[in-house]
Design a protein around this ligand. Structure first.
Ligand code: OOB
Length: 536
């Protein structure tokens, strides 16, 4: 597997170890409850709770059960579970076994899951039997039929496949993983084509957990509510579920992020912190006006994933009586936070600054010169928890990284004189639909698979609730009536893509504006759509 992974140079590894960023800590070794901690609560859901002792034992038993079924260190497992204790237990079991979870989002469908299984050459796929997100039994059958590397499908709740809870055996002694080994894969929000696999090592991820828990002042009395899917870096590890468990606090697992589900859970569990994307924050702020749940235990709301406007930010303390923190992060690594004691203007008006003193940041103008303070440029970064290369993507890696190992984020930012960043746009072509990333090119490819569509361009339009919405501009085939939005959505659904990637709007045109080199001129197209409605 090693030739598929890009490691930092030996000198960088030595420096990170010497300075204590990278230690011998691995994700396999905790939670290691002391006797008096083992009866404390690790997990709370709307209908049950799990102690640290129970969690530790369940992780050991699941690891032993997976091993008994033939799973070995280094093998990849695509994990697609909602925010449940099963997801936490399984993740810890895989870390202990040295098998590598690939965290898929609950919204992903056949197209994404089979792509992940194939790219990772995964031997196991784990999904729920059913959930509000849809019919996983069908999804699992299709994936099992399409993907040759899969040995086994495990289903939480059972059904036609092996029930996850039957994966259980007497705990066995397992060798400790190397801290520099990959521990898990996260998915890229995607800039071109399909999601890419982001290898995260024990050393880099435990460093991220330690530092972000410290920055957010998490301790044994913290109760972190996972409202967003735990499969996303934000809710998993910024500090998230893993970060709160690591310091002996409690993770509260919400089945959905909406206020009707989360407010009663905050009250029931006494949640002290949570993280949201901006559209959800707006829903929470509205709900706070009429909801009579007691959410006074909340001390900190982290908001990130997409740009938060300063006006919405300013409403947080009065409406929810808690602190606000902006988080500008990416699954690839770099995390920026506003600090708990930052001036209010910084908290509302910027996306914060890097987590680590070892995070190196460049803001480059199109001519590759450093941008002055306040001048926009693309953000490049490298550091102790930022990837050096996507997994098995040599071509993509040549363009996403500089020769000296900087990752090109594709984000346009400005930096203030005191070092805080503001995200002002993107270099790359992704629609950011309230934190959910829709890679334009991926959706265009799916659109073009429809016989009735001759050309397609996907652009972002401003949207009051989501920040951006997805607009598909298509040139229909000459024959017959042009397709409607409903028909296009239905056709895309049959291709098995996640529902959040379906276009919100369809614009039908006789032709698309082109640039000098013949590429679709999206800037011009967007301007046309914005001032011309959908006729064309
Ligand atoms: C988070 O991670 P991803 O990998 O889903 O998306 C990363 C991209 C960034 O490159 C940026 O374009 C955008 O999402 N983004 C923001 C932002 N936070 C992320 N844009 C504006 N303001 C923000 N605060 O989205 C993610 C990962 C960890 C923590 C938080 C968010």
């Amino acid at each position: 597997m090693s030739e598929d992974l890009v490691r930092p140079p030996a000198e960088v590894i030595r420096r990170y170890r010497e300075r204590g960023y990278w230690t011998d800590e691995t994700l396999a070794e905790w939670p290691h409850p002391t006797p008096d901690h083992s009866t404390r609560t690790a997990l709370i859901t709307p209908d049950r709770s799990v102690t640290f002792g129970e969690l530790d034992l369940a992780a050991d038993r699941t690891a032993a059960g997976l091993r008994a079924r033939g799973l070995r260190a280094g093998e990849r497992v695509v994990v697609q579970l909602p925010n449940t204790p099963e997801l936490v237990v399984l993740s810890l079991a895989l870390f202990r076994l040295g098998a590598l979870p690939v965290f898929a989002l609950p919204a992903h469908r056949e197209a994404e899951i089979s792509h992940l299984v194939d790219t990772a050459e995964a031997s196991v796929y784990v999904c729920p039997s059913e959930s509000v997100e849809g019919d996983y039994a069908r999804l699992a059958k299709e994936v099992a039929a399409r993907c040759g590397t899969l040995r086994e499908v495990l289903v939480a709740g059972g059904g036609a496949f092996t029930p996850l809870d039957e994966v259980d055996a007497e705990p066995v002694e397992l060798p400790a993983p190397d801290p520099l080994d990959v521990a898990l894969f996260l998915l890229s929000g995607g800039t071109t084509g399909r999601p890419k696999l982001i290898p995260r090592t024990h050393a880099d991820y435990t460093y991220q957990l330690r530092e972000s828990a410290r920055l957010c002042d998490f301790g044994p009395d913290s109760r972190y509510l996972a409202a967003l899917p735990m499969a996303h870096n934000f809710a998993l590890a910024c500090p998230g579920v893993l970060g709160v468990l690591r310091v002996g606090g409690t993770a509260v697992l919400a089945p959905a992020p909406t206020p009707d589900v989360c407010f009663p859970l905050v009250e029931q569990a006494g949640a002290t912190a949570s993280s949201l994307v901006p559209p959800l924050l707006r829903l929470w702020l509205e709900a706070a006006e009429w909801n009579d749940c007691d959410v006074s235990s909340l001390r900190l709301l982290q908001v990130g994933g997409a740009k938060l406007d300063a006006d919405t930010a300013r409403r947080v303390p009065a409406a929810l009586r808690c602190g606000l923190q902006q988080v500008y992060g990416m699954a690839e690594g770099l995390l920026n936070f506003t600090r708990l004691d930052d001036p209010w203007d910084v908290v509302c008006g910027t996306q914060g600054r890097p987590l680590s003193p070892a995070d190196e940041i460049l803001v480059l103008r199109p001519d590759d010169r450093a941008a002055a303070p306040g001048e926009p440029g693309e953000l490049l970064t490298r550091g102790p928890y930022t990837l050096r290369g996507y997994y098995r993507a040599p071509d993509h890696n040549r363009t996403s990284f500089t020769e000296d190992g900087y990752f090109r984020t594709g984000d346009l930012v400005t930096r203030t004189a005191d070092g805080n960043l503001e995200v002002v746009g993107r270099v790359n072509d992704v629609v950011n639909r309230g934190g959910e990333k829709v890679p334009a090119q991926e959706l265009e490819e799916h659109l073009l698979a429809d016989d009735r569509i001759r050309a397609a361009a996907v652009i972002a339009l401003p949207d009051e609730l989501m920040g951006e919405s997805t607009c598909a501009c298509v040139v229909p085939d000459d024959l017959g009536d042009p397709p409607t939005l409903r028909e296009v959505q239905a056709a895309l659904r049959t291709r098995g893509i996640a529902a959040y990637k379906l276009p919100d709007r369809l614009v039908v045109r006789a032709k698309l504006p082109l640039t000098g080199v013949g590429k679709v001129d999206k800037k011009a197209l967007r301007a046309q759509v914005l001032d011309g409605g959908s006729a064309g």
